[in-house]
Design a protein around this ligand. Structure first.
Ligand SMILES: Nc1ncnc2c1ncn2[C@@H]1O[C@H](COP(=O)(O)OP(=O)(O)OP(=O)(O)O)[C@@H](O)[C@H]1O
Length: 264
C-alpha cells in the first residue's frame, strides 16, 4: 500500500538488542510521524543510543523490524542513509577535519559525494558543473545558519557552537525526509540553545525529526511526541504534558517510586 500523508515515516516494531547477557532493548516499538519532532529520552543506560543506532543501521537487532515509508529497512548501511532520505548527526560531530566548512556541507548535500572526497581533499578534482550547484546549495545553507563567513575555515578552528551548526547544516544539505539528531544540545547554552530549538521547529515543517536528548527543557519545548525508555523498554509515550505527568517517568528518573497518595 502506498504511504499516505498521515502514514508514519518510520516505524520500529519488537526491536530487541542484546549485548552478551544484557538486554539493551526489549521489544521496543516506535512510530515517527512526518513533519513532527519525536523525542527519545530516558535515564543513563536506558537504551536511547542503541535504539538510535538501530534506526540508523549501525546496530542490527536480534529481533524486530524497522520500516521507512512502509518499506522494511533490512541491512541498511549507515552510509546509504542519505540516499534513502534519512540524515543524522553524531554526538562527536564527525566533521572532516581536513576539509573546509563549505566542503563538509557539500559532502552532505550529495548522497553519493563520497566518490568526490579524494578530489576535494587533494584539490586535484576541481568542481564539475553539478558540483558548482551543490556548492551553491551548501553556501545557501551556511548563510541560513549564519556561518557563511567561515565557509573556508577548517572546522577545528571554530568555537564548538559553530561546529555544531556546521554538523547540522551538513545533515540538512541532502534535504532529508527524516532527520535524526543525537544529543544536539550537548555543550550548548544560552542563545545557541534557543537557535537550536528554532532550527528544529523549522525543520519539522518539512521533515520528521528524531531527537535523542538529555536537555529536558529543549525536549519539552520542541517535541510533539516523546518516547521514554528505561532499562531497554518503552515505559511511556505521548505528548510532552502527558509524559511529564506520568509517575513512571518520574520514578525512572528519580529512581524511587512516586507516592500517589501520601495521606493514608
Ligand atoms: N557495544 C556495547 N556492548 C555492551 N553493552 C553495551 C554496548 N552498547 C551499549 N551497551 C549497554 O546497553 C545499555 C544501553 O546503553 P545505551 O548507550 O543505549 O543507553 P543510553 O540511554 O544511550 O545511555 P546514555 O544516556 O548514558 O548515553 C547499557 O547498559 C549499556 O552499558
Amino acid at each position: 500500500m502506498a504511504p499516505t500523508a498521515s502514514s508514519p515515516l518510520m516505524e520500529a516494531e519488537g526491536v530487541t538488542v542484546r549485548f552478551g547477557g544484557l538486554a539493551a532493548l526489549s521489544d521496543v516499538g516506535l512510530s515517527i510521524a512526518p513533519q513532527s519532532v519525536t523525542g527519545l529520552i530516558g535515564p543513563n543506560g536506558a537504551g536511547k543510543t542503541t535504539l538510535f543506532n538501530v534506526l540508523t543501521g549501525v546496530v542490527r537487532p536480534q529481533r524486530g523490524t524497522v520500516t521507512f515509508k512502509g518499506r522494511p529497512l533490512r541491512g541498511h548501511r549507515p552510509h546509504r542513509l542519505a540516499s534513502l532520505g534519512i540524515s543524522r548527526t553524531f554526538q562527536g560531530l564527525n566533521l572532516f577535519g581536513l576539509m573546509t566548512v563549505l566542503d563538509n556541507v557539500i559532502v552532505g548535500a550529495d548522497p553519493l559525494g563520497r566518490s568526490r572526497l579524494p578530489g576535494m581533499l587533494t584539490g586535484l578534482g576541481g568542481y564539475e558543473r553539478d558540483e558548482r550547484e551543490l556548492a551553491d546549495r551548501a553556501m545557501a545553507l551556511l548563510e541560513e545558519f549564519g556561518i557563511a563567513d567561515v565557509a573556508h575555515a577548517l572546522p577545528a578552528t571554530l568555537p564548538y557552537g559553530l561546529q555544531k551548526r556546521v554538523a547540522l547544516a551538513r545533515a540538512l544539505a541532502a534535504e532529508p525526509e527524516l532527520l535524526l539528531l543525537d544529543e544536539p544540545a550537548s555543550g550548548l547554552s544560552g542563545a545557541d540553545l534557543a537557535d537550536l530549538a528554532a532550527v528544529i521547529r523549522r525543520c519539522s515543517r518539512t521533515m520528521g525529526v528524531v531527537l535523542v536528548e538529555h536537555h529536558m527543557d529543549l525536549v519539552m519545548d520542541v517535541c510533539d511526541h516523546i518516547v521514554v525508555l528505561n532499562f531497554g523498554r518503552v515505559i511511556c509515550s505521548g505528548p510532552p504534558a502527558a509524559v511529564q505527568a506520568d509517575p513512571a517517568v518520574a520514578e525512572a528518573y528519580l529512581g524511587t517510586p512516586v507516592q500517589e497518595d501520601a495521606g493514608d
